[in-house]
Design a protein around this ligand. Structure first.
Ligand code: ZN
Length: 741
């Protein structure tokens, strides 16, 4: 199989006789390709579940194994492409799935360790291999002979007598080749190559300019009075930031979103306004950091690229393998939310204006003042007192009596801790997961504690991917970033952290229930607008009464959590959602509009285009600006989210609608859990996502339960019927938490 590098898709060039970069790498790689038998990756691990043997793996083992793995897969792929026999499913598609075993097992271990426990050697290995891996993917995806074999099979698919998973796999490969340009006539391939190269250059320029613009956009103040309201620590940090830049006074650096953390507490309206405008206009000063001409060219080039493939816009071209399938479905989703969300935005804005007036504010509050006042409203009406809550959320109890218990009640899983499996950190815990019949299902590892050499946030990934073809059962892990308590002390966590644990374990279940023959389609290797569905869905069990009463007991007294605290948690979730959900939906709309241009569109004026797009979205964008403006929207210009930012709220819709199905069908029962496992969690990417969803709930996804979840009453427009969607998808290597991005 070919492990998809998430960001590599934009680098897909075009089919050509001599992909020079790949050929160059091939030579240099082959030269050092033999792997000594002493390298722990040379053979599959003999440990239970083929877990990488971290007691034997040295940091220096990864680089030679990765390089040898690429070389080995190149030989395998060339053998498939160049064989004399006519293509068959077995000699082409199955052989592709078998290829790259050494690379896969090394890369999975390497990605895990480099993400959670890195060091200079691992980082150097990463820098060295990242461009090689991108070229390696191109080498495979751009091989014209290989494509011809897949096309031959795809054209004769009806006569091949394939089972549904096999048919899906063939279709997946074929569409991926076609999407990269394999079927275009030579003249269009030449045009595509020029466009891809230009887009790649512009993308790099955008990233560099935005980095510089964000740094230069920091607010510099000389007078400490301007910073009134900030804590001593925030002021000290601002002073240090000024020193680091060799300027007098104080500097408030910008974070990547429109809203800035200091706006919560700065008491000067004037300073708030300055900081907010610095954020909004960071990349629009007409200087060398201005990104507008780059993004308008990128939008135009993407539209032209889509036209080469016969699509009327880039969103339609790019969403071919997603659940939403096309631009109209994604826009329709946003349109259905807009009435309820904009009504809430106006209500929240009125509350803020009323509060400012009651405090005799000598100005009309703007978006710059929103957080300052909303923070006061939160404290008055919605505040969760963490000191009051945390004694009910003891980490180990949340894990075993909450997260694991929910999986037991829903799916019949049981867990036994193992101490004989080596890990990359002595603090990790390993559990063997037993299926409902007691048979081994998977290994689950958790790496709980914050370390300086660990990436931030929480995430899930696989060390071993489930595949019947390869005879592998899943080994999955969750990484967390809790502060390690002193020996013998309990770790008490917030409800946000509890939610994160359920979330990441939702990804883990998706990986552990995988029941695929072919690794490319296995488990969490699903589309971007689907992968956060199982994880967000699983969050819901944290507050389900049977589960909650089982784990949320006071760590000293053993008393269950009082109902009024539970009610507060639920209420706090609805706070400020006109803003929080609204800014995300507005950014999603902006993204889709930029990728709705026809192939003959002129270069757009960025500010005019943005104003028009925001005006047509149906949201209150004066009070609630988008989470990212066009000129600093790095998800869509600098990384892989073009026409895909809607995925964050989309998967929340799926999660709440599916949970609503449980609530209306008897709630937490083994039968319901089994049904969800059979129809969704075990299916990987073997079915059309929309059909999979419909077969589970009996209807297309509905925004109603999501609006209810956020406390936004049912003012939504009725759901139209989305188009059916055949949809293979890229593999998210490590789904991260942080739904709103
Ligand atoms: Zn996630």
């Amino acid at each position: 199989m070919i492990r998809t590098i998430l960001l590599a898709t934009a680098a897909f060039a075009v089919f050509s006789a001599a992909p020079t970069a790949a050929a160059t790498h091939k030579r240099s790689v082959t030269a050092s390709a033999s792997l000594p038998a002493s390298n722990p990756f040379a053979k599959p691990s003999t440990l239970p579940f083929q877990t990488p043997d971290f007691s034997r793996i040295k940091d220096s083992d990864y680089l030679p194994a990765l390089i040898a793995g690429m070389a080995q897969q190149k030989r395998e792929v060339l053998a498939i492409a160049n064989q004399a026999s006519a293509p068959t499913f077995d000699n082409t598609v199955v052989e592709m799935e078998k290829s790259g075993a050494l690379l896969d097992r090394t890369q999975q271990a390497f990605d895990a360790v480099n993400g959670a426990n890195t060091n200079d050697t691992l980082q150097a290995t990463d820098s060295k291999t990242a461009p090689l891996l991108a070229a390696h993917n191109d080498f495979v995806n751009l091989n014209a002979k290989l494509f011809q074999r897949f096309k031959y099979l795809h054209d004769r698919q009806a006569g091949l007598n394939l089972n549904p998973e096999q048919a899906k796999l063939l279709d997946y490969y074929y569409k991926q080749f076609v999407h990269a340009g394999a079927e275009l006539p030579p003249a269009k391939q030449a045009d595509l190559k020029v466009i891809n190269q230009r887009l790649s250059t512009l993308r790099t320029q955008f990233t560099q300019k935005l980095l510089a613009a964000t740094k230069a956009g920091a607010l510099h103040v000389e007078d400490p009075a301007a910073l009134a309201g900030l804590s001593q620590q925030q002021i000290a940090t601002a002073q240090q930031a000024a020193k680091d830049r060799n300027v007098a006074g104080y500097v408030l650096p910008l974070q990547n979103t429109t809203q800035q953390p200091a706006l919560d507490s700065l008491s000067s309206h004037d300073t708030r306004q300055k900081l907010f405008e610095a954020s909004l206009n960071r990349a629009e000063h007409g200087d060398s950091n201005d990104t507008r001409s780059i993004v308008s060219e990128m939008a135009q080039l993407r539209a032209k690229k889509a036209a080469l493939f016969g699509y009327s816009n880039f969103a339609d071209y790019n969403l071919y393998d997603r659940m939403a399938k096309n631009r109209a479905t994604a826009i329709g989703f946003l349109d259905r939310l807009a009435p309820a969300v904009s009504a809430r935005q106006r209500q929240e804005a009125a509350d803020i204006r009323a509060l400012a007036a009651s405090q005799q504010a000598p100005f009309q509050p703007t978006a710059a003042d929103w957080n300052f006042y909303s923070e006061q409203i939160r404290k008055q009406r919605y505040a969760l007192n963490n000191d009051e809550l945390k004694p009910y959320f003891e980490y180990n109890k949340v894990l075993t009596d909450g997260v694991f218990y929910a999986a037991n009640q829903l799916y019949g899983l049981t867990f036994s801790e193992r101490h004989d499996i080596p890990t990359w950190s002595p603090d990790m815990r390993v559990f063997e997961v037993h299926d409902q019949d007691g048979k081994p299902l998977a290994l689950f590892m958790v790496d709980p504690w914050k370390r300086d050499n660990k990436g931030g946030g929480a995430w899930m990934s696989n060390l071993v991917t489930q595949s019947y073809l390869r005879g592998t059962k899943p080994v999955v892990f969750n990484v967390q970033n809790f502060t390690k308590p002193a020996a013998g002390q309990p770790l008490l966590i917030s409800f946000d952290d509890v939610t994160t644990m359920f979330h990441e374990f939702g990804h883990a279940l998706h990986g552990m229930f995988a029941a695929q023959t072919y690794p490319t389609l296995s488990g969490t290797a699903v589309a971007r607008d689907f992968v956060e569905f199982p994880s967000q869905f699983n969050e819901n069990w944290a507050l389900e009464p049977t589960i909650l009463t089982h784990y949320a007991v006071h760590y000293q007294t053993g008393q269950p959590i009082p109902q009024d605290l539970v009610d507060k948690i639920k209420r706090s979730r609805t706070f400020n959602q006109g803003y929080d959900l609204g800014e995300t939906l507005e950014a999603a709309r902006l993204d889709l509009d930029w990728h709705s241009l026809p192939g003959n569109a002129p270069r757009e004026d960025v500010d005019q285009f943005e104003a028009k797009a925001l005006a047509t979205g149906g949201f209150d964008t004066a009070d609630v600006p988008p989470r990212y403006r066009t000129s600093y929207f790095s998800h869509i210009w600098g990384s892989g989210y073009a026409a895909g930012y809607y995925s964050y709220p989309w998967t929340r819709m799926l999660a709440q609608d599916a949970f609503n199905w449980f609530e209306t069908h008897g709630g937490l029962t083994r039968a319901n859990g089994q049904r969800f496992r059979d129809m969704v969690l075990s299916r990987g990417n073997t079915l059309d996502y929309a059909e999979m969803y419909r077969s589970f709930t009996g209807h297309d996804p509905d925004v109603g339960p999501m609006l209810q979840f956020y406390g936004l009453s049912g003012a939504a427009a009725p759901a139209p019927a989305p188009a059916a969607a055949p949809a293979p998808g890229p593999a998210p290597v490590a789904p991260k938490k942080g739904e709103r991005g």
